[in-house]
Design a protein around this ligand. Sequence first.
Ligand code: IMP
Length: 200
Amino acid sequence: MTIRGGIIPYSMTTQNSTAVHPDIERVLISEEDIQAKIAGIAAEINRDYEGRSPVLIGILKGSVLFLSDLMKRLSLDCSVDFMCVSSYEGDKSTGVVRLILDLRESIEGKDIIVVEDIIDTGLTLGYLKQNLLTRKPRSLEVVSLLDKPDARKVRIEPKYHGFQIPNEFVVGYGLDFNERYRNLPYIGVLKPSAYEGQEA
Ligand code: IMP
């Protein structure tokens, strides 16, 4: 096929983006399943927050893909802000949560929805909830795309969640290993060879 003017036909971009990365051992959740799940979560939030103007707080960096796909499906008058916390090095949680970037706006009296990529030990969300509640929001709920209940150390139940997954390290759709693989449109498990020489 001849590509004129450097424009790549839509069908080709779609095929390229769904080709499985060579470092991925298996796809755990497909792009289609992620998008269908997000549509369901958005419908719940649209219903629950009707007439209100929630603030979505995206937790960087892992939630960016989820947040943007979720926002596009919200019919509410919502706004967005970000926080960045870190507790992971490579594929291991250090157990110590550090606040790296704080909110720009006050959340006092507002309806807050924290948007997370995954709840693992629960330490990050435990820290965030405690921190945010001191700022006196009107309400505070959590939406997490993924949940690994078997890894939990702190009791956290998100109001909205997408998929419960087994206790193994996953990448893609915002989730990284040493900052790689966030751009994959699906969620997968890495081949052992992808970790070699890269342990933090
Ligand atoms: P928690 O504090 O152990 O619940 O971990 C929360 C954070 O750790 C998430 O927001 C992710 O950034 C990271 N994380 C936990 N599990 C995984 C995983 O399987 N892959 C990539 N990152 C993960």
